[in-house]
Design a protein around this ligand. Structure first.
Ligand code: HEM
Length: 753
């Protein structure tokens, strides 16, 4: 029967989807949930599963012990046209339990009912104790060969390509928390090298709150929600956080980064990444060097402003996740360069007087430039979020030959912590065999059995030495590229719970960071401290943190104190003499605009040719145009992505006004509070609000035709970063230029100079 031919049926579905895609003359806005548009009526013709979306990738098909299987990725997903049990028996009905008659009771023998509910009951696993909220993507790392003199790691040889999986995350929030909270971001990369997996488990800030891993539970307990009411979620603006960091002052440098714009990134694609710790590299001759790893985003470092971040938490809590996946789907592949700062491996383990084992310190790039060693491109989204992003397990101890750890006491504690937590989170010791975690190198580890063992190990002698398995596995010889622990000299010293004296400097680099910021960035820092401390209940905690700020910089302290209504204390230590590091500022340069969003306000009367033209120009600039109109559906032959009711300024990086829309039928205060008192307005008040917000957040705005009157009514005409012109093309061109600076910085009035 033709209707039973799965191959034919799936072909029809896919071909009809393809036809619909080619029907549209311009590229599609990313974000469609499936790989084919749905039909209005429920599909009833059986067919094979639809293919994944073109931008989706999966972990390579490897055996649990690292060998290539050659199995197509498709074979890992669901199979066949028909609903089955977990054992593959075809089922006729999944809508009704098996009952003794239509009115019941339900029968215990209903295996399908019990299997379905039992599996569902166990679908959740514990979320990560930190970094629970995250989003991952697949990509490729290509080495430049520039690190060959300092490391023998094979994947860093010139031209070598290595598959990677990256997971970005926030630290504090639960798995369902919002993306744009003020927090540090995780930037963990798994390089599937053929010499064993390398995990670079990094953050978007180069320093950490604590110098010794034994304090990790303390900082996390202080920063997570209060244990009695379990509030606030995913933020540091509360008493226990500031109680801890104001007492444990080594946290002050990291806290300063969190209060800066780095704490609210615009996108994962616009974040730097830092390995934080100093690592030790070993080259082919056995020579060692100390290094710090850096990720540099192609799009530059770019952040939200605080009001945008707060609005986004409600309007689009998935903002960063959506941005990452939409960018990949749109072909604007996120890119970073991996770089290293290289220091001589001296017995003191210091550089320019900076202790390289202290994770609360940076080495300014002006003193040790970041040397690029390779490029990362993220080009595939996950096919299944749980299987890939939730189950991925990183570990700072996953190192290939040529990369080794140092004695940084924070790093040493991390070496213990990750596998320990994953044993519980991923239910047993065999999580390295989960597809996303499988190495791309041959595994022969003598580890056996345990929950969920996937490998079928042969032989009888998983021990060494043995003769029964012919002596296999054998220790690798020096020429077989083994991992060799660097025989670092350990200094003669008493066994003691103490840090080196150099770790006692807690304020100088917080001051260095503050003094390296432009006036507008300093304003944001003042605002962030004032906001966060203003949310604290206890005055003693605010006063204590003000004392820390006084020891960093009196101007910063005085400004925050004013906002809190408290006197500014005097410093209790001499202020450090520091040289600012301009590389720390994110203002003043120009960057590519790939993957940014441009909102275009249109009406049914807009000149469709112009809109088509501008929309194509936005796509051609590797950006995403989103049409905003008074109603959903279509404007001419173009789909509307946002209405005045559903859209909000924070979703757009820039705004184009092609029309001056009169109030739409739903511009009623009772229907949409944003509409205000719309009755007497000539322009829909939500469009004016859009312009006001975009203007306030220093984004570029362009208008032509009647769109110019919107600018006049919003009072935006003539201000910096607002462009008008006769043709949509010219206006978009100027807008694109403005966007390369990320924001129209001149629009922020800075009170500091
Ligand atoms: C420089 C300091 C640190 C950095 C850069 C860092 C970074 C990260 C990142 C990026 C993740 C998320 C991994 C993922 O996406 O799955 C993570 C998770 C985690 N980190 Fe850290 N971390 C640091 C310090 C520590 C310390 C000191 C400890 C404990 C002693 C620790 C314990 C953990 C744990 C338990 C997880 C959850 C892992 C899992 O469930 O898979 N981290 N960390």
């Amino acid at each position: 029967m033709e209707s039973r031919n799965p191959a034919k049926a799936v072909k029809d579905v896919v071909e009809s989807a393809a036809e619909k895609v080619t029907e549209a003359l311009t590229p599609q806005v990313p974000g469609a949930p499936g790989s084919a548009p749905p039909s209005l009526a429920e599909p009833t013709t059986p067919h094979d599963p639809l293919p994944p979306k073109p931008e989706q990738g999966t972990p390579q098909t490897r055996t649990p012990t690292g060998a290539k299987t050659g199995t197509p990725a498709k074979a890992k997903g669901q199979q066949g046209a028909f609903l089955t049990t977990a054992q593959g028996a075809r089922l006729r009905d999944t809508d009704h339990s098996l009952k003794a008659g239509p009115r019941g009771p339900v029968l215990l023998q209903d295996h399908h009912l019990r299997e379905k509910i039992t599996h569902f009951d166990h679908e959740r696993i514990p979320e990560r104790v930190v970094h629970a909220r995250g989003a991952g993507a697949h990509g490729i790392f290509t080495a430049y060969g520039t690190a060959e003199n300092v490391t023998r790691a094979g994947f860093l040889r010139k031209g070598r390509e290595t598959e990677v999986f990256v997971r970005f995350s926030t630290v504090l929030g639960s798995r369902g928390s919002a993306d744009t909270v003020r927090d540090t971001r995780g930037f963990a990369t798994k390089f599937y090298t053929d010499e064993g997996t390398f995990d670079l488990v990094a953050n978007n800030m180069p320093v950490f709150f604590i110098q010794d891993a034994i304090k990790f539970p303390d900082i996390i307990h202080a920063a997570k929600p209060h244990p009695d009411r379990e509030i606030p979620q995913a933020q540091s603006a509360h008493d226990t956080f500031w109680d801890f960091v104001s007492l444990h002052t080594e946290a002050q440098h990291h806290t300063m980064w969190n209060m800066s714009d780095r704490g609210i990134p615009r996108s994962y694609r616009t974040m730097e990444g830092f390995g934080v710790h100093t690592f030790r590299l070993v080259n082919a001759a056995g020579e060692t060097a100390l290094v710090k790893f850096h990720w540099k985003p192609k799009l530059g470092v770019h952040s939200l402003v605080w009001e945008e971040a707060q609005l986004l938490n409600g309007i689009d809590p998935d903002f960063h996740r959506r941005d990452l996946y939409d960018a990949i789907e749109a072909g604007a592949f996120p890119e970073w360069e991996l770089g290293i700062q290289v220091f001589p491996d001296t017995p003191e383990e210091t550089f320019a007087g900076i202790d390289l084992l202290d994770p609360t310190k940076i080495v300014p790039e002006e003193l040790a430039p970041v040397q690029p060693i390779g490029k990362l491109v993220l080009n595939r989204t996950p096919t299944n979020f749980f299987a890939e992003t939730e189950q991925v397990a990183f570990h700072v101890g996953h190192l290939p030959p040529g990369i080794d750890v140092t004695n940084d006491p924070l790093l040493q504690g991390r070496l213990f912590s990750y596998v320990d937590t994953q044993l519980t989170r991923l239910a047993g010791p065999n999580f390295p065999q989960i597809p996303i975690n499988r190495p791309h190198a041959a595994v022969n580890d003598m580890l056996r059995d345990g929950f969920h063992q996937q490998a079928i190990h042969a032989g009888v002698a998983p021990y060494r030495p043995n003769s029964l398995d012919g002596g296999n596995p054998f220790p690798a010889g020096v020429d077989d590229h083994p991992f060799i622990d660097v025989p670092v000299q350990v200094a003669q010293a008493p066994k003691i719970r103490q840090s080196p004296a150099s770790f006692d400097d807690h304020f100088s680099q917080a001051r260095l960071f503050w003094l390296s910021m432009s006036p507008v960035e300093q304003e944001h820092i003042i605002r962030a401290y004032t906001f966060e401390l203003g949310k604290c209940y206890h005055q003693a905690i605010k006063e204590r943190q003000l004392q820390c700020l006084a020891n960093i910089d009196p101007v910063l302290c005085a400004q925050v104190a004013t906002g809190l209504g408290l006197p500014a204390p005097k410093p209790t230590i001499p202020l450090a003499e520091v040289e600012p590091s301009p590389a720390l500022s994110q203002v003043g340069r120009q960057w590519p605009v790939d993957g940014r969003t441009v909102g275009i306000v249109v009406t049914d009367d807009s000149d469709l040719d112009t809109i088509h033209h501008v929309r194509r120009a936005v796509f051609a600039a590797d950006m995403v145009p989103l049409l905003i109109a008074g109603h959903g559906g279509m404007i001419g032959d173009l789909p509307v992505q946002r209405t005045f009711a559903t859209g909000r300024s924070v979703e757009f990086d820039a705004l184009l006004l092609a029309a001056a829309p009169p109030p739409a039928p739903d511009a009623l205060p009772a229907r949409d509070a944003k509409a205000g008192a719309a009755n007497s307005a000539t322009i829909d008040p939500r469009v004016l609000l859009l312009v006001e917000e975009v203007w306030r957040h220093a984004k570029a705005i362009g208008a032509w035709g009647t769109g110019v009157t919107v600018l006049d009514q919003a009072g935006a005409t003539g201000s910096p970063g607002v462009v008008t012109g006769d043709s949509g093309d010219d206006v978009f061109d100027s807008l694109r230029q403005l966007m390369t600076q990320h924001r129209v910085w001149e629009r922020f009035p800075a009170s500091l100079s």
